[in-house]
Design a binder for this molecule. Structure first.
Ligand code: UD1
Ligand code: CA
Length: 459
C-alpha cells in the first residue's frame, strides 16, 4: 500500500508570519490543505504529516485521518523525515511519497505519473524535477555529461557552475520504503546550513548501487513553493488563474477575471456569469444561469439556478432558485431565501428563513425570523430581535403585509394575511387577517405657525 509523508515542521523564517509557513494561505486556504488534497486525489490514503514549529496550530487544522509526528527541534528536511520512523518502518515494503507542505501546486496527476515512472524503472528513489528560470533557493539536480543522475546540490552549497543548473528539485519524491530507511541512516549534516538534508538520499542510494531517477515535469509550475510573501503571491496568482480556467472550460462565464477569486472547492454550474470583484469561497455551490457580482462575496453559500446576486455578501446560507438580491445585501449565517424571494438594497438577513416569493425591497433588517411566503416588507422594517440580553424570534405568516417603517419587537407573531400600518411598533402578536396600527394618531393644529411664530419673527 502506498503512503505519504508531508513535511510541515519548518518555521518559514522568510515568510515573517506568525503561523507556521504551511498554514499561510493560497486562495484563502492553508498551503498544506492543497498538498493533502493532491495526495488523496492520487489515491494515497495513509498520510503522516511532520509538524514542528507551532505544531498545535497545524495539528488542529489537519483532518482526523491524518497521522502526525513531531520534529523538535527542526534540523532539516532529512531530520524531519527521520521523525516519522515508526510510520516508515510500518511501510518498509511499500512505496513512500514524500512532499513539502509548502508546495500547493503539486497535483495528483504528476504524483501518479511519477509513481508509474518510479515503478517501471525499479527505482529506489524518484525525484520530481522541473526546468525553472529562477533557481534561487532550490536544490539543483546534478547529472554527469551523459545525463546520468549524480546528486542534488542545495543552492547555498552550490558552486557558481552548479548554480547555472536549471533542473530543480520539487521537494517531492517517491522512495522505496526499505531504501528510504537505509538513506535516512546515512544522512549527515555536513553542509552550509548544518542541516540534515533529505536531498542527500539521492547520492546515498546511487552510491549504494540502487536505481535512481528524476521524473521531469513539463509544467514547471507544479514544483513551485513559497518561501516568502512574494512567492506566496505568485502561487496565489497561478492558483487563481488555474481555478478560473478550469471553471471557464466547464462552461462558467467569466467575461473579465479582474478581482474574481474563486476557491478550489467551489462548484459552479454552466452558463452562470461571474462578474468582476467577486470572491467565492469555502464549499459554495452555485447552480446554472445565475449572475453573481459585480462586487459580491460568497462563503459556504448554496445557490440555486437563475439567481441574481448583485453586490451581495452571502455567508453560510442558502439561496434558492430565482432569487433576485441586491445591490448591497448582506445575508448572514443560517439563513434561507426560498424560491423567488426578492431582497433589495440595504437589506440584511440573519438566521432567518424568508418564504417563497416574499419581498423586501429596501432598508430592512430581518433577524432571527421565520417569514412565510408572499410576505411584503415595507421599506425600513426592523425586527427588534435583541433586548440587550436575549435574542428572540419573529414569526410572520404567509401573505402578511408589513407597512413601511415597522418595528417588530420580538418575540412577536404576525398572523397570515395580517396588515400592519406604516410606522407601527408591534409588541403584541397580530391575529390572521387583522390590521394592526400601533402609532399615535395624527393631530393637526390649524394656523399653528401664525399663532406660535416658533422660529423667527417676521420683519
Ligand atoms: C527544499 C529542498 C530543495 C527543493 C525545495 C523545493 C532540501 C534540503 N531542500 O528546500 O532541494 O528544491 O525544497 O521547494 O530538502 N521542513 C521541516 N523540518 C525542517 C525543515 C523543513 O518539516 O527541519 C519542512 C518545511 O516546513 C517545508 C518543507 O520541509 O514544508 C521544505 O522546507 P524548506 O525549508 O522550505 O526547504 P527549501 O529550502 O525550500
Ligand atoms: Ca521551500
Amino acid at each position: 500500500m502506498k503512503c505519504a509523508v508531508i513535511l510541515a515542521g519548518g518555521k518559514g523564517t522568510r515568510m515573517k508570519a506568525d503561523c507556521p509557513k504551511v498554514m499561510c494561505n493560497v486562495i484563502f486556504k492553508p498551503m498544506i490543505s492543497y498538498v493533502i488534497d493532491a495526495v488523496k486525489d492520487a489515491g494515497v490514503r495513509d498520510i503522516c504529516v511532520i509538524t514542528g514549529y507551532k505544531h498545535e496550530e497545524v495539528e488542529a487544522y489537519l483532518p482526523e485521518d491524518i497521522k502526525t509526528a513531531l520534529q523538535e527541534p527542526q534540523l532539516g528536511t532529512g531530520h524531519a523525515v527521520m521523525q516519522a520512523g515508526e510510520f516508515i518502518r510500518a511501510h518498509s515494503g511499500d512505496e513512500i511519497l514524500i512532499l513539502n507542505g509548502d508546495g500547493p501546486l503539486m497535483d495528483a496527476e504528476t504524483i501518479n505519473k511519477a509513481y508509474e515512472y518510479h515503478k517501471s524503472n525499479g527505482n529506489s528513489i524518484t525525484v520530481i524535477s522541473a526546468i525553472v528560470d529562477d533557481t534561487e533557493g532550490i536544490g539543483h539536480i546534478k547529472r554527469d555529461k551523459n545525463g546520468t543522475l549524480l546528486k542534488i546540490v542545495e543552492h547555498k552549497d552550490a558552486t557558481a557552475e552548479e548554480k547555472q543548473i536549471r533542473e530543480s528539485n520539487s521537494g517531492c519524491y517517491w522512495f522505496n520504503g526499505a531504501d528510504l530507511i537505509y538513506a535516512l541512516e546515512n544522512i549527515t549534516n555536513e553542509n552550509a546550513q548544518k542541516e540534515y538534508y533529505l536531498t542527500d538520499s539521492l547520492e546515498i542510494l546511487i552510491s549504494a548501487g540502487k536505481n535512481a531517477g528524476a521524473y521531469v515535469v513539463e509544467n514547471s509550475e507544479v514544483v513551485l513553493g513559497a518561501n516568502d510573501r512574494k512567492q506566496l503571491n505568485d502561487l496565489n496568482n497561478i492558483m487563481r488563474r488555474n481555478i478560473n480556467t478550469r471553471l471557464m472550460l466547464d462552461g462558467v462565464d467569466i467575461p473579465c477575471t479582474d478581482g474574481v477569486i474563486i476557491g478550489k472547492d467551489v462548484k459552479i454550474g454552466n452558463s452562470t456569469v461571474i462578474l468582476p470583484n467577486t470572491i467565492i469561497l469555502g464549499n459554495t455551490v452555485i447552480g446554472s444561469g445565475c449572475t453573481i457580482g459585480p462586487n459580491s462575496y460568497l462563503d459556504n453559500a448554496v445557490v440555486g439556478n437563475n439567481v441574481i446576486l448583485d453586490n451581495c455578501k452571502i455567508l453560510d446560507s442558502e439561496v434558492e432558485d430565482g432569487v433576485d438580491a441586491g445591490p448591497f445585501v448582506k445575508v448572514r449565517a443560517n439563513s434561507v431565501l426560498k424560491k423567488g424571494v426578492h431582497i433589495g438594497n440595504f437589506v440584511e438577513v440573519k438566521n432567518s428563513v424568508v418564504g417563497e416569493g416574499s419581498k423586501s425591497a429596501h432598508l430592512t433588517y430581518i433577524g432571527d425570523s421565520d417569514v412565510g411566503r408572499d410576505v411584503n416588507f415595507g421599506c425600513g422594517t426592523v425586527t427588534c430581535n435583541y433586548d440587550g440580553k436575549n435574542k428572540s424570534r419573529c414569526v410572520i405568516g404567509d401573505g402578511a403585509f408589513i407597512g413601511c417603517n415597522t418595528n417588530l419587537v420580538a418575540p412577536v407573531e404576525v398572523g397570515e394575511q395580517a396588515y400592519i400600518a406604516a410606522g407601527s411598533t408591534i409588541t403584541d402578536s397580530i391575529p390572521e387577517k387583522a390590521l394592526s396600527i400601533a402609532r399615535a394618531r395624527q393631530v393637526i393644529k390649524e394656523s399653528w405657525v401664525d399663532i406660535k411664530k416658533p422660529y423667527k419673527e417676521k420683519k
